[in-house]
Write a protein that binds this ligand. Sequence first.
Ligand code: ATR
Length: 274
Amino acid sequence: MTQKYAVFGNPIAQSKSPIIHKMFAQQSQQDIEYSRKIASKENFEQSLRDFFTDPDAMGCNITAPFKEQAAAWVNELSAAAKMVGAVNTIIKQADGSFLGDTTDGIGLVQDLLRVGVKIKGTRILLLGAGGAARGVLQPLLALEPEMLIIANRTESKAQALASLFVQDNIVGCSLSQVSKLNGSVELIINATSSSLSAELPSIEDSILQACTDVYDMSYADQPTVFMQHANQLGIEQTYDGLGMLVGQAAQSFYLWRGVRPIVEPVIEALRAGL
Ligand code: ATR
């Protein structure tokens, strides 16, 4: 019996999830169907219920703007989803109840490790304090960086995020304060949405010049403006978020199917089609 999966969002036509999961299914010879579902704020929950009326519907992904609504809808949340307050993966469990999880943070961490960026013992600067930043804090901290600095245009949001953690190797500050902190950072992760509007988060060039790796969670057919800026300042190791996108999907696939997909050929195929 073909088991069914879907991604819910609005807009949804642009979502690459169906093609990614189709490739995962092909490489692991899994018989699944994966579709896109458009919803509105008002009918989102009814759309989920309708989808799961089909006994072959086993799970779904949730994308913007429904991740918080999905967290409220499920019967149970993973520890990670509870912390983030958002769900990007719903799993129908054996007893018919629904578990909500979030795989974005694992997707980022796995992609960093895949491209050879070290996290343990590293000083990391995370730019942004919105949903994207929040989702990656716990998985990054789990790999024991020396320091995780959250810097945000609106300082209070960075401080609020840092204060969610008891350990003292996480701090929050404004973008302009980063240069006043002691010591340079080795890895800078752009979790702001600035690349989407081709803007640069305003941090001093000296901070970029002193780092080794730059990772932008956004991606496009060209390197993002942030990556280009880092390249111009002499940083050679810059990465975009395409691998993170495939990584979060791989973790969802694993949660549903118990099989770990091989991400490299999927990233390459998507890159070729950008
Ligand atoms: P997402 O879900 O993508 O994280 P979000 O929750 O709206 O979206 O958060 C957007 C983040 O990008 C915020 O940290 C925002 O900074 P503010 O909190 O100060 O608004 C940040 N951001 C967006 N555009 C930016 C820009 N041009 N420069 C710096 N930060 C920017």
